[in-house]
Design a binder for this molecule. Structure first.
Ligand SMILES: C[S@@+](CC[C@H](N)C(=O)[O-])C[C@H]1O[C@@H](n2cnc3c(N)ncnc32)[C@H](O)[C@@H]1O
Ligand code: SF4
Ligand code: SF4
Length: 368
């Protein structure tokens, strides 16, 4: 099976400083130069030749990369599915340019309290995120919220779900992974995530929640398929092995006569040898870096494979509901979460148009 996903790091720069992420401050990342868009487009052609279907343009903060619209447009023209997660702190300035170019647009948000937001993400950005979600919706996008539950933020997740319901978007809720010696969630908190997954508008990857509680990747029976499933490219044009977070190898991509050799590198004997060892290195023990497991769980057959499929079905249903609600006056959101007064206050402390109310719990026919 060819890799299905590319995690394309456009930049390591970021205007936030999250407690659980060191991408913008890691010494090895500082000073790394970004690649011109024409070179990235050559790599996109190589990814397409390799059979990749989805490109997640990431970072750092991907909206800092000034040629993001150009590379997204090229990816779409090649028939690649595009995905971008961002903080929402820069989106209002870029929204028009990005309109229609991102198939899966996500905003990161784990609280409805502006102070808690600043404490977690090192930037006073809460109001901007709400503004961004409203702008994206007004432009006809179908954005989602990515909520990362930490030991500090897990108690706020029900309000985040309520906020997403008010705004008419889906929340992708998942546990924090250990990357910067940050604290992992306890078993009870993962159980709480599973309980919250029953609310409308929420998508939890149940396979990953189970895997997290089971202790993550085990090096004597690896479940990781990081190399098999995902091609990871750095901002300075290297293939990273085996994954971004624990890469111990950077292979320079070559370009000749407008052609990238990224696909040839991935097929090389060396990469294929490493592929056979994925998930078995010492640093892989207990790994729960979700960025590689949704695709790893596409390899059957076990309980994670089945739970992953069920989670994808749920995601499709919730996104369809979001799509229909956004284009009609129908409202299918019945199981409401969180403290409504707090949620409405958090949303209304914002200059952009008012949210759609979820007070009506029964579907209503569109007004003629
Ligand atoms: C690496 S960021 C890149 C995009 C952008 N800077 C952002 O934060 O939205 C992609 C997603 O990974 C999440 N993330 C970062 N570190 C994490 C960790 N240790 N555990 C779980 N999620 C994490 C972020 O919250 C964000 O939703
Ligand atoms: S905003 Fe994204 S890239 Fe920046 S520090 Fe936070 S998680 Fe990392
Ligand atoms: S188990 Fe984790 S650290 Fe090891 S290769 Fe897979 S994603 Fe990377």
């Amino acid at each position: 099976m060819p890799p299905i996903l590319a995690n394309y790091y456009l930049t390591y720069k970021c205007n936030s400083r999250c407690t659980y992420c060191d991408i913008p401050v890691k010494p090895a990342n500082i000073g790394i130069k970004e690649t011109p868009p024409e070179v990235i487009i050559e790599n996109l052609h190589a990814l397409k030749r390799l059979g990749v279907k989805v490109v997640d343009f990431t970072g750092g903060e991907p909206l800092i990369y000034k040629h993001l619209p150009t590379v997204l447009r090229a990816a779409k023209e090649m028939g690649l599915y595009t995905s971008v997660a961002n903080t929402g702190t820069l989106y209002p300035w870029k929204a028009e340019e990005l309109k229609g170019l991102i198939d899966d647009l996500k905003f990161s948000l784990s609280t409805i309290d502006p102070e808690a937001y600043s404490k977690e993400r090192g930037i006073n950005g809460f109001a901007k995120v709400i503004e961004s979600i409203k702008i994206a919706k007004s432009l006809g996008e179908q954005p989602s919220i990515i909520a990362t539950a930490t030991p500090d933020s897990i108690e706020q997740m029900e309000d985040v779900i309520g906020l997403a319901q008010e705004l008419g978007v889906v929340v992708l809720l998942g546990p924090v992974f250990d990357y910067c010696d940050n604290e992992l969630l306890r078993k009870e908190s993962v159980e709480e995530i599973k309980r919250l997954s029953k609310y409308d508008n929420v998508c939890v990857n149940w396979a990953f929640a189970e895997f997290y509680v089971d202790g993550g990747n085990q090096i004597d029976a690896p479940r990781c398929r990081a190399i098999s499933s995902t091609v990871v490219v750095s901002p300075d044009d290297h293939l990273l092995l085996p994954c971004y977070h624990m890469h111990d190898e950077r292979l320079k991509i070559k370009h000749e006569d407008g052609r990238s050799n990224l696909d040839e590198i991935w097929r090389s004997a060396h990469v294929q040898k490493r592929r056979k060892e994925e998930g078995s290195w010492d640093f892989c023990q207990g790994c729960t870096i979700w960025c590689y497991f949704e695709t790893s769980f596409l390899w059957p057959p076990d309980k994670y494979f089945l739970l992953n499929i069920l989670s994808k079905i749920r995601w499709s249903k919730e996104k369809l509901k979001q799509y229909v609600e956004a284009r009609s006056s129908l409202n299918f959101t019945r199981k409401l979460a969180g403290d409504r007064d707090k949620i409405l206050k958090a949303i209304s402390n914002n200059p952009v148009n008012q949210p759609k109310t979820t007070e009506k719990k029964e579907p209503v026919a569109k007004a003629k």
